[in-house]
Design a protein around this ligand. Structure first.
Ligand SMILES: [Fe+2]
Length: 325
């Protein structure tokens, strides 16, 4: 895949002109970004390309990179409006945290990685999935050093694991406890890394948060056998013949299926000026074919029957939805 470039597509001049025209239309609507609909951001031609990219992400290679979004010419507000509306055309953007943020900012907030989810820090993030069908990133600014994206097919990792240790894969169909970093008032949630959706393997994996989940008495929740499996899984995912590195540039969009692609990010160093900090916008997108959120929410609420804050439920629901648990 590293020798191919058909996973990257550059927007044409006509595409960019259509985006500028759509931004002008959205401004005339007078609506706040969150209130905009697809009709407020018309993409008569690009919609056909978006259909193709969605198909590639959902049922093709599992990822797509676009380049040439004119973020250096636009204001940050225009970039936010564009990406939000791109998400509306691609699928249904969903909440990324208990605060209900629909358009996330991936930026180092200076908080401790021990206490918050790692996208708010500049530490290395090991292979994982996000709790949505698709995660989309729009790069606004790069780091001074590092912050590279690494992706790998979870299907390829699984196949190699079966080849090396066929008896080990059964454990991946049983829940691991995943650290929530306390979001939503719960400390950890059970997550099954692997499941089948018809004939298709679906994976939800999180290297760091499976390992950092501890019980209420501070005890690790992993057995020695669990740690051996996670180590092997990571070793395979980290094979240079399986992963693909990409260095996102300002104006690049990366779209990944969380069901079939794991992603990681190297640690980074920011420029000293606050206005030059590494900054990406992030969308968590549900795709149309999946069960509407409200239906599944009711189902899970009645099944759980435990005290959980609404916010905690939202995060738990998002994870269970992504894992089919
Ligand atoms: Fe992520």
């Amino acid at each position: 895949m590293a020798r191919r470039d058909d996973w990257r597509e550059r927007l044409t001049e006509a595409d960019v002109a259509e985006l500028d025209a759509a931004l002008a239309t959205s401004r005339r609507s007078g609506k706040a970004t969150r209130e905009l609909s697809r009709e407020d951001f018309p993409l008569p031609t690009l919609t056909h390309k978006i259909d193709r990219w969605r198909g590639e992400v959902a049922t093709g290679r599992g990822f797509q990179v676009l380049s040439g979004v004119p973020v250096t010419r636009w204001s940050q507000h225009d970039a936010e409006t564009f990406f939000w509306c791109f998400g509306l055309h691609f699928g249904t953007p969903g909440a990324q945290n208990p605060q209900g943020d629909l358009l996330g900012h991936v930026i180092d907030t200076g908080e401790s990685p021990e206490l918050v989810r790692h996208y708010r820090t500049r530490v290395n993030i090991n292979f994982h999935c996000d709790a949505a069908d698709v995660v989309g990133l729009l790069c606004l600014q790069k780091a001074k050093r590092g912050g590279q994206s690494r992706i790998v097919s979870s299907v390829s990792v699984y196949n190699e694991l079966v080849r090396r240790r066929p008896n080990a894969v059964d454990r991946l169909y049983q829940p691991f406890m995943m650290d929530t970093k306390g979001e939503g008032g719960v400390q950890y949630l059970p997550v099954r890394p692997c499941r089948y959706d018809g004939d298709h393997l679906r994976t939800f994996y999180h290297t760091d948060y499976f390992r950092s989940a501890v019980g209420f008495r501070g005890q690790p929740l992993l057995s020695l056998e669990d740690r051996i499996i996670l180590d092997l899984y990571n070793e395979i995912a980290g094979s240079s013949d399986l992963y693909l590195d990409m260095d996102l540039q300002p104006g690049d969009i990366q779209l990944l299926s969380n069901h079939t692609i794991l992603h990681a990010r190297t640690d980074y160093e920011d420029f000293p000026e606050p206005e030059r900090k590494r900054h990406l916008l992030r969308l968590w997108i549900s795709l149309p074919a999946r069960t509407p959120l409200a239906t599944r929410l009711r189902t899970h609420r009645s099944r759980l029957g435990v005290a959980a804050t609404a916010a905690g439920f939202k995060l738990g629901h998002a994870i269970r939805r992504a894992t089919g648990g």
